[in-house]
Design a protein around this ligand. Structure first.
Ligand code: FE
Length: 354
């Protein structure tokens, strides 16, 4: 268990730097691009800021970045169907469960890289280098500021307290964010205790699970429930939003990073991450791209695009996250809760969490 400490680096790479990088695409020398070749991404990410990462990488290396963006399960299916003919060099997913699934399906290859091993904490990468975490997303508890005392929702266990009967909002258990949290709880507390907890969660639901995490936040603002389980960036993105309705929501809704007490293990952290495709036709370029993603520069842009936490400690935090301050995060191996995915799905099913 470690306390995450980081500094918001407000130096040369401020927002202005990002904007300049995104807007200032220098033309690629075609001859050089051809010589340096390409790298093909199969990615479940879809953030505008990623364009700046690709442009910076191409500018620095001459390597062109091609990409196919789709849901991770569709990308996995596609790679499976393409087999040895797959043009995919790198697979990028936004949760450990999907990356694990791609690894399990034999779609990724190992990579020993001193750069990546130094940059990415050991609990956020596969030991043989089949995948590497590139940003972190933590599962927090949102609450109605007018009705709920933050001290009453300081742990995940508190969500099952009967005092919240009819007041809890959460998306479906079929979503991988919940499966990853439940997978971590299984690893920490065992199946029996976690199932009892899941039953308590179901007993407290304000309505049948529906929608995404933002819908749960809107549910609190609309008075449909008082507490909700959400990934931190859905809240952070509303904080950063200029829309009056989003600011109105933020005025009513707060978040708590749970499990921060002296003997507690910290808030659950999932990852977005990437691995090199088994049949990568441009492997050397793929390695350079992954290593670039672990640089402080790319880490800041990669994480900031969705208000996520960089995995590299020296990378700049987004302005909103700087304001959230420091917290302790659960350092359980991402591979452990990803591996528990199936067990988590069955457990939540038994508990009646739809
Ligand atoms: Fe998400």
């Amino acid at each position: 268990m470690t306390v995450v400490s980081r500094r918001a680096l407000l130096g040369g790479l401020g927002l202005g730097g990002l904007a300049a990088a995104a807007g200032g695409w220098s033309p690629i020398n075609p001859a050089r691009a051809q010589a340096a070749g390409t790298v093909n991404l199969y990615t479940a990410r879809h953030y505008d800021t990623d364009e700046a990462i690709y442009a910076n990488f191409t500018r620095a290396t001459g390597i062109r970045v091609n990409r196919i963006e789709a849901d991770a399960d569709k990308l996995i299916e596609r790679m499976r169907a393409e087999g040895a003919n797959s043009p995919a060099d790198i697979f990028i997913a936004v949760d450990a469960g999907r990356i694990w699934r791609a690894h399990e399906a034999g779609l990724l290859q190992p990579l020993r890289s001193a750069v990546l091993e130094a940059a990415v904490p050991a609990n956020l990468r596969e030991p043989a280098g089949h995948w590497f975490g590139l940003s972190k997303r933590v599962r927090v508890i949102a609450y109605d500021k007018a009705r709920v005392a933050p001290a009453d929702i300081a742990t995940y266990a508190s969500l099952a307290d009967p005092k919240w009967k009819g007041k809890l909002l959460v998306r479906s258990s079929t979503h991988v964010y919940n499966q990853s949290l439940v997978g971590a709880l299984i690893a920490h507390n065992g199946e029996a205790a976690t199932e009892a907890w899941a039953k308590g969660v179901v007993a407290n639901l304000a309505r049948p699970p529906r929608g995404g995490d933002t819908d749960q936040l809107r549910g609190i603002a609309a008075g449909e429930g008082e507490i909700a389980l959400v990934n931190h960036y859905y809240y952070a993105n509303l904080v950063a939003s200029a829309k009056p309705e989003d600011q109105a929501l933020i005025a009513k809704v707060g978040i708590v990073f749970p499990e921060q007490g002296a003997n507690m293990r910290g808030v659950h952290a999932n990852i977005a991450g990437a691995g090199i495709a088994r049949h990568s036709p441009n492997r050397a370029n793929a390695v350079r791209f992954l290593e670039y993603l672990a640089s402080a520069e790319a880490q800041s842009i990669f994480a900031e695009g969705n208000n996520e936490y960089p995995v590299v400690q020296t990378a700049r935090l987004s302005p909103v996250l700087s304001r959230f301050g420091e917290f302790r995060e659960d350092t359980i191996d991402a591979a452990v809760f990803a591996r528990n995915n199936e067990a988590a799905l069955k457990l939540t099913d038994r508990a009646g969490w739809r």
